[in-house]
Ligand binder design. Structure first.
Ligand SMILES: *[C@@H]1O[C@H](CO)[C@@H](O)[C@H](O)[C@H]1NC(C)=O
Length: 301
């Protein structure tokens, strides 16, 4: 039963990848615009979409889909596996752990998943960004496995984990920001007295949480994108680490450039946040109602 649920979840998240792949591509292009040739910097995501579709065609928006699917498969499988194992380890006499412990377990599982998913993530960044380069400078990976093999051969096995720290950092920030801002937003909405603790309130709170989470995680994400995409020129890498990326972006492109690609990132993370919390709230409410026989469903998160 548990296994079937996990498979279903994996199947759904891979299905969702087919919808969000173009958003990922646009976000990555936005985050890289301004690197090298500044004439190619996009003002907004709509300029980026127009330019990509015009120059490369609609199908190009799906470049890197194989990497997106492998990332989802490796990340989701690891995260769920580790979460289930930790959850069972921390349950005593059939009693599940409390909310704070569950949140911590979710974070640890997310970080572990991010580590395992990093090679697919490197392939994804490089495949989605290839089309912005002149033909002679492209990497021409034909698919995710070709990318993984070529990266290993050309740059060494360790390059597959390039940017692992910001990738894990992003997982941590997303998990923490989602949970913290959701509880805060919900408390605030309830305190205004305009909303009751129902699905409408959960929806509004999760939109606010999605916005906060996007804003909080984008600077980590731009560091990750640029590190994973960088080339080594004359033995010198473009960036020495995440702090170096952030300093250079702020200095050369302006403070708000850290949030380049906000629209496609939010379009991706927003619905994800909404579904996560509505699902969690509904699950908790039915658990209380049917298992504990408690009709008071308030204060679950
Ligand atoms: C990618 O293909 C283009 C021609 O389509 C070529 O000029 C370029 O050198 C290729 N890149 C690599 C790394 O082989």
């Amino acid at each position: 039963m548990a296994l079937d649920l996990k498979k279903l979840f994996l199947f759904c998240s891979m299905g969702a990848t087919c919808f969000v792949q173009p958003l990922d591509l646009v976000k990555n292009r936005m985050q890289l615009s301004g690197v090298g040739d500044s004439a190619k910097a996009y003002k907004t995501s709509f300029h980026a979409i127009k330019d990509i579709v015009g120059k490369e065609g609609v199908i190009a928006m799906y470049t890197g889909l194989s990497a997106g699917l492998l990332r989802q498969a490796t990340y989701t499988t690891t995260r769920l596996g580790i979460y289930t194992w930790l959850f069972e380890t921390c349950s005593k006499d059939g009693q599940p752990p409390g909310f704070a412990v569950k949140a911590a377990l979710g974070m640890v599982a997310g970080i572990a998943g991010a580590f395992v998913g990093t090679p697919a993530e490197v392939a994804l960044i490089r495949m989605t960004s290839d089309g912005r380069l002149p033909l002679a400078e492209r990497r021409n990976y034909t698919g995710v496995f070709n990318a993984l093999v070529r990266i290993t051969k050309e740059e060494g096995l360790l390059t597959l984990w390039r940017g692992a720290l910001p990738t894990m950092g992003r997982a941590m920030v997303v998990n923490a920001a989602q949970l913290a801002s959701y509880s805060q937003a919900k408390q605030f909405l309830l305190s205004t007295g305009l909303l009751n603790d129902n699905i409408g309130c959960h929806f509004a709170a999760s939109i606010m949480s999605g916005l906060v989470t996007t804003a909080a995680s984008m600077p980590v994400d731009i560091a990750k994108t640029r590190i994973q995409n960088m080339k080594t020129i004359n033995g010198k890498p473009e960036y020495t680490g995440a702090i170096d990326v952030l300093t250079k972006v702020v200095r050369n492109e302006g403070f708000f450039s850290l949030w380049k690609g906000f629209t496609p990132y939010f379009a991706r993370l927003g619905p994800h946040t909404i579904l996560t919390f509505i699902f969690l709230e509904q699950m908790t409410a039915s658990y209380r109602l049917y298992v504990l026989g408690n009709k008071d469903v308030r204060g679950s998160l």
